[in-house]
Ligand binder design. Structure first.
Ligand code: FAD
Length: 387
């Protein structure tokens, strides 16, 4: 067993590694315990809004992130049924307005950048460490791993994702199943059946479905995601979300979306969950972060961005409340983060509902979207501006 005042981070996803790196920047020793045998992410895309790229900039990583990804010119919303544009958001003046750009990149590229930066900062990175229990004592924590190893630290961060074991120390809640399914596909751009403009993030919205398209890795890879409400889930079937449902759901969409859908991976799919916000993330010297704390539906593209915000706030609170007890710092961290992330969890649900409405509600939504001025930022300033 190690014996130190390290911060133990359980989970080496985007949240855990961002937290480890941010805290290591303050000079504290940090150790990451990751269950998988190597650090890795699913091979799909990720949108990073300026609230996250500002943090990556302060960590000295923005240049690497931009080099690995794409700086799109704009976000475009289209009607998935008619193929008509509904509204757009130009990204050009984001660095002036929000202090950082909007970047899209491959998840594994971001993870590689974070792993390298953690190594450079001296973070101890351990793989194959499945944490099965965190023991809180009055003056330290002990993480017990499935292989029998134990790690002693000053405090622990549970960054172990949607199905967090750490969260079970605080709550017996379960993830909320939305009944929506995602199919993804990140493929060489030349294999994309019908890409949209390579400088755009495009989201086609329609009744009970949407389709996202954007380039990755300097424009070499094309990322697409199709999401739809599963009729099989609603009917209580066990085999819901299969490719026949995908084809049926998207049969009503415009030719562009139908064609583009052909280059999705069909051998795997993901069901979409979130959870109700918690009003406490802290037990003893163990606190939650990222999806373990605030899993959200992906409609605002903010899950990873919020984990990155968490990381920065945690590090700042540890610096500001430097005490051997840790509790002031961890309490200050959750007091700052819970209200903001709870709001985003709630708004993400509503935003998804707005995308997926049908009939008269869709007509009204389209009217509001098409009437919106392209330089109107009222609906995003709270998200992309300060925390
Ligand atoms: C379709 C889709 C699209 C999305 N798009 C975006 C987007 O564009 N922008 C955005 O910001 N967010 C997006 N998100 C959300 C984003 O993917 C997540 O919020 C983010 O990846 C959460 O990171 P995390 O590190 O908290 O959790 P995870 O990525 O789940 O990482 C948890 C880590 O903990 C490890 N672990 C688990 N249990 C243990 C244990 N007991 N011991 C040790 N290790 C353990 C796991 O192996 C894993 O490595 C999207 C989500 C979906 C589903």
């Amino acid at each position: 067993m190690t014996s130190s005042d390290e911060l133990l981070v359980v989970g080496g996803g985007i949240g855990g590694l961002s937290a480890a790196l941010s805290v290591a920047h303050t000079g504290r020793p940090v150790r990451v315990l990751e269950r998988a045998t190597e650090f890795g992410e699913i091979g799909a895309g990720l949108q990073l809004a300026p609230n996250a790229t500002r943090v990556l900039d302060r960590l000295g990583l923005l240049e690497r992130v931009i080099d690995a990804g794409v700086l799109p010119d704009r976000l475009v919303f289209g009607d998935a049924l008619t193929g008509h544009e509904l509204t757009r958001l130009e990204f050009e003046d984001f660095p002036r307005r929000y202090g950082a750009p909007y970047v899209v990149l491959h998840r594994s590229d971001l993870l590689d950048i974070l792993v390298d930066a953690c190594r450079e900062r001296g973070v101890a990175l351990e793989t194959g460490k499945h944490v099965v229990e965190i023991e809180n004592t009055t003056d330290h924590v002990v993480a017990h791993c499935q292989d029998g190893s134990r790690y002693r630290g000053g405090a622990a961060v549970g960054a172990d994702g949607l199905r967090s074991g750490t969260r079970k120390m605080l709550s017996d809640d379960e993830p909320t199943q939305s009944g929506f399914v995602a199919y993804r596909g990140a493929i060489p751009v030349q294999d994309a059946t019908r890409p949209a403009e390579l400088t755009e993030v495009v989201i086609w919205i329609g009744p009970g479905l949407h389709f996202v398209q954007y380039p990755l890795r300097r424009g070499e890879i094309y990322n697409q995601v199709a999401v739809f409400r599963s009729p099989g889930y609603a009917a209580g079937r066990d085999d819901w979300g299969e490719p026949d449902e995908l084809d049926e759901a998207f049969s009503v969409t415009c030719e562009h979306v139908r064609e583009a859908k052909r280059s999705l991976w069909r051998d795997q799919h993901w069901s979409m969950h979130d959870r109700e916000p918690l009003d406490n993330w802290l037990t003893g010297r163990t606190v939650l972060l990222g999806d373990a704390a605030h899993p959200m539906l992906q409609y605002l593209a903010q899950g990873a961005c919020q984990a990155i915000e968490d990381a920065e706030v945690l590090a700042r609170c540890l610096e500001q409340h430097d005490s051997p007890q840790w509790d002031k710092a961890l309490r200050a961290y959750q007091e700052e983060r819970i209200p903001r992330t709870a709001e985003i969890q709630r708004v993400a649900r509503v935003w998804g509902d707005i995308w997926h409405v049908d009939g008269l509600a869709a007509m009204l939504r389209n009217e509001v979207f098409t009437q919106r001025r392209h330089d109107d930022h009222r609906h995003i300033e709270w998200l992309y501006g300060g925390t």
